[in-house]
Design a protein around this ligand. Sequence first.
Ligand code: ATP
Ligand code: MG
Length: 646
Amino acid sequence: MSDGQVFPVPDDWAGKAHIDAAGYEAAVARVEADPEGYWRDLAGRLDWIQAPTKIKDVSFAKEDFHIHWYADGVLNASANCLDRHLPHRKDDVALVFEGDEPGHSYTVTYGELHEQVCRMANVLKDLGAKKGDRVTIYLPMIPLAAVAMLACARIGAIHSVVFGGFSPDSIAGRIQDCESRLVITADQGCRGGKRVPLKANVDKALEQCPQVDKVLLIRWTGAEVPVVEGRDVVWDEVKDAASATCAPEPMNAEDPLFILYTSGSTGKPKGVMHTTGGYLAWASWTHEAVFDYRRGEVFWCTADVGWVTGHSYVVYGPLANGGTSLIFEGVPNYPTPARFWEVVDKHKVEIFYTAPTALRALMREGDDHVTKNDLSSLRLLGSVGEPINPEAWLWYHRVVGKDRLPIVDTWWQTETGGILVSPLPGATALKPGSATKPLPGVKLQLVDADGKVLEGATEGNLVITDSWPGQMRGVYGDHDRFFATYFSAYPGKYFTGDGCRRDEDGYYWITGRVDDVINVSGHRLGTAEIESALVAHDTVAEAAVVGYPHDIKGQGVYAYVTLKAGIEATDQLRKDLILWVRQEIGPFAAPDVLQWAPGLPKTRSGKIMRRILRKIAENELGSLGDTSTLADPSVVDDLVKNRAGG
Ligand code: ATP
Ligand code: MG
């Protein structure tokens, strides 16, 4: 398909980026020859209360399993994101806020952010929170969400941010799992012109969480909400009395910074735990290297702070680097599908980082929403969260990037803390749909189901053979689950769960989760490839493909297809699409079943939940499993009702 298409590093990037092609090669060689020195230098970008002398101490082996980075270093994450910038950049903008309603925006300087964080840190202490305690944060995408995270970090409390779209049951599960006693929330959130009843959801959740004895309530919309006597404390009523200074708690590099639950695409969410030193160093370095970030530039990552992307690239990476980070409360299509691009123009965004699911949704609305805006401030685009279909990549490049902006397709996971595989815009020629190459120090391998290492151009399961500083350190409260989930499939290696292809140039192409690789008559097929072929058809907005048991072929291909607005679902079109896949990939990949899907089941982070689609395809309607992380459960009812073939 688009394998042939290569976009070289643009001339205006080659000489100017932080890292060019020679710089990339040099870094790869150095981390090989002098890992200790390379990783020590990487830690040197942070301010340490006590600089680490122990750099890396890791074993993935079962008998001696441990992961320690910078183990004798002492630092504080909030001091690295705030205090160290004050002498020179107190009045620089740390956060640009854009509200759900156009017109509602303001900025927060480093000086102001520091003051708010100190005040909230002191309030948290008054509420009884101390080093090592878990604090659950359930807030809208507002600057106070960053304040809450940094206030926890300042006193050494471990934050667990729960995305504001989750239901009371999901919140309760996450509070119970990490046993937090304090919750920070707001009266309501605003998304797409609608109000989200955050406080009401927390009140409901807490009926199941008797151990929570304090709630810090932020008045955001000003709606009337019940305040529980003795339990709830209103931020506005206590913040002015709280001191505007708070000494940052000295933390060991390996003290936990946060817990975050994965998005639940494949099963029950895991409480991924990250520690302070390695995580922050990796978030900060990758933010600068991958996005070629320079101070003063407006960096906009559209992810919610409820996901790891929001942790690393809305809060910790940009702020550790003294940068300017845009926080957007709303959604891409409110009030119109032009919103993203209007915000880019309004705040002169230089670097824009979003997800394929948002791009596909905007793509189907037509180019006008994009092209009526200027967008000349943009210099780099990014993508994360799922494989980006070449069709969507090319649209992003042509329509948003005016054929001139590089796109960094960044592969990583909640578990990896930061980006691991990505182009560097000044160093790497781009291939649409490929996350290209590992960052220096990231050691990838492809293995087959038996663990045999595959060389050269090939396809297999993606594993990582050595640690990097941002690696997760555990599943909170369940050490055994950490090892069992990630290190037992292939002894001595971290298993990502993702399938991947490597081409002749050593470029990596994520084919989707290994569970999603299907085997049709002996051909191993990544579902992402068939989906990309379908999306490349003029009429198709989105597609999801799964395997199902097939008497003759072993597995058959079952495709769910969402058509673009205004396209009629006819039998002829179904035949055309099946034929189209035959031509684009090969006869073996042609869908055996093609069901029209007005909507696809997605997690609240916008990822397609293929697990459920597989159950529907297999006609196992009684065992759809955990659907608590689904954004819109009614989508499933429709798919079940109209299941192809009865
Ligand atoms: P769970 O682990 O609970 O099933 P999840 O894997 O969706 O949920 P995340 O950690 O948010 O949770 O997502 C990481 C996964 O997202 C990766 O393993 C990969 O499958 C996919 N992914 C992220 N970025 C990319 C990318 N640039 N290209 C391809 N796939 C990506
Ligand atoms: Mg995962």
